[in-house]
Write a protein that binds this ligand. Structure first.
Ligand code: ARG
Length: 465
């Protein structure tokens, strides 16, 4: 390779032989970081305008840079941009094209900055938009879940512990439990955005720059709350990406739990709900099948997102200050996390409002499972029995029911009195499913009126966002 070609690299001045072609490919990031082109241009514009404001660039130079970057942006959005692996990354591709377009002034854009603060700025801007898009989808999903809950405040289903029928609950109550998980996810996402939204621009390579830059100006132009405090930390910090992936891992964990329930509920064995055909697929061999592929796939995708969190934690572990090339490895896990979370939320936000509960089947499952046994024990406590004795009495009644194929509410009063003579005819009020849920009438309980009030509060929280 001739010396001519070596110095065609934007950093080629001190090199005397060309980069090995394998090394060129190995060290390049343009194949994936071109996704941040818009953010890179926004960052460059803010930087150039600030250089203009402090007198490092003349008004004419600034105007040329603005015109050139607008042209570059157009080429990229039209798909006319020629991305080149020789130019390594999104930053140098854009800068080189700018210089082609406007001449030597293009080379002044990089005054007082480095790719290190540039890339840190780009990722923050990119992730901030992604967070806003995710927050909108999350809100859409929550709204769907809350509205479905409002329509099912008195739809009775079995509540489970150990996946065994435990006590009757309402379907609305179950959906609002989902909403609480998502509400916490939303809070974590907002927290992450707060710490993310500071501008590292101006940290330059690691130590700051000798030009009279105004970091407050660039921070404000890019919608950041303020500039970051320390230049070394600014170029090396990727905490915001880890926090985002931690948010994502927990959100996906929640979606996987909901998915698991949807898969169970659509099975012939549970038969609690129907998912609309548009969210299901068939089998190529078994004509009768309608498979819940969408929730299954979301359940499966938690694996890659958890993996990305561990990738980023491991990437940052033991890195000395300040910037290290290791950091280039932050992007692919982060981008895939964004894509996976957005797609999974889109799937759920479309699917959840379309769930059709099968109220009769749910009710029947609750009725069959001795789900009011605790209510009978509480009833006996009301008659003066210590709870442990009441528990014993009901256990015997349940054993009798199992042996004879009878639920508690189906037994004769005389039969029940054999287990405890204190039982009288009013017992049947507490043995009904409706009586059981209505009795749990306190904040956070499953009584229909509590569920309706909880759904209302949940909706109001959404509207305050
Ligand atoms: N492509 C690089 C990255 O993603 C940009 C920063 C490169 N800085 C450097 N000094 N090599 O991290």
């Amino acid at each position: 390779m001739s010396k001519q070609q070596d110095t065609s690299k934007l950093w080629g001045g001190r090199f005397s032989e060309a980069t090995d072609s394998f090394v060129q490919r190995f060290t390049a990031s343009v194949s994936f970081d071109q996704r941040m082109a818009r953010e890179d241009i926004a960052g460059s514009l803010a930087h150039a305008e600030m250089l203009g404001a402090v007198g490092v660039l003349t008004p004419a130079e600034l105007a040329d840079i603005q015109r050139g970057l607008a042209q570059v942006e157009l080429e990229i959005s039209n798909g006319d941009f020629d991305w080149s692996v020789e130019l390594e990354d999104v930053h140098m591709n854009i800068e080189a094209r700018l210089t082609q377009l406007i001449g030597v002034t293009g080379k002044k854009l990089h005054t007082g900055r480095s790719r290190n603060d540039q890339v840190a700025t780009d990722i923050r801007l990119y992730l901030r938009s992604a967070i806003d898009a995710i927050a909108a989808e999350l809100t859409r999903l929550q709204r769907g879940a809350i509205e479905l809950a409002s329509r099912n405040t008195d739809t009775i289903m079995p509540g489970f512990t150990h996946l065994q029928t435990a006590q009757p609950v309402t379907f609305g109550h179950h959906l609002l439990a989902w909403n609480e998980m998502l509400e916490r996810d939303y809070g974590r996402l907002r927290d992450c955005r707060v710490r993310l939204n500071q501008s590292p621009l101006g940290a330059a390579a690691l130590a700051g720059t000798t030009y009279p830059i105004d970091r407050t100006l660039t921070a404000a132009a890019l919608g950041f709350d303020r500039p970051t405090e320390n230049s070394l930390d600014s170029v090396s910090d990727r905490d915001f990406a880890i926090e985002f992936c931690a948010f994502a891992a927990l959100l996906m964990t929640h979606l996987s739990r909901m998915s698991e329930e949807l898969v169970l509920w659509t099975s012939a064995q549970f038969n609690f709900i129907e998912l609309p055909d548009r969210f299901c697929t068939g089998s190529s061999i078994m004509p009768q099948k309608k498979n819940p592929d969408v929730p299954e796939l979301v359940r499966g995708k938690v694996g890659r997102v958890n993996g990305h969190l561990v990738s980023l934690l491991t990437l940052m572990k033991s890195q000395p200050l300040a910037y290290n090339k290791d950091n280039q490895e932050d992007k692919e896990p982060l981008f895939d996390t964004v894509d996976t979370v957005l797609d999974s939320l889109r799937a759920f936000a479309g699917m959840v409002p379309a769930i059709r509960p099968k109220a009769e089947q749910m009710r029947e499952a609750a009725r069959r499972g001795f789900s009011t046994a605790t209510d009978l024990a509480d009833y006996l406590v009301g008659k003066g029995l210590p709870f442990r004795d009441a528990h014993e009495v009901v256990g015997k009644a349940v054993a009798h029911g199992v042996a004879n194929g009878l639920d508690l509410a189906e037994m004769e009063l005389a039969t029940l009195q054999e287990f405890c003579p204190d039982i009288s005819a009013d017992v049947f009020e507490v043995l009904t499913l409706e009586g059981s849920v209505a009795a749990r009438d306190h904040l956070g309980g499953t009584a229909p009126q509590q569920v309706a009030a909880a759904a209302q509060r949940a909706l109001e929280r959404l509207l305050e966002r």
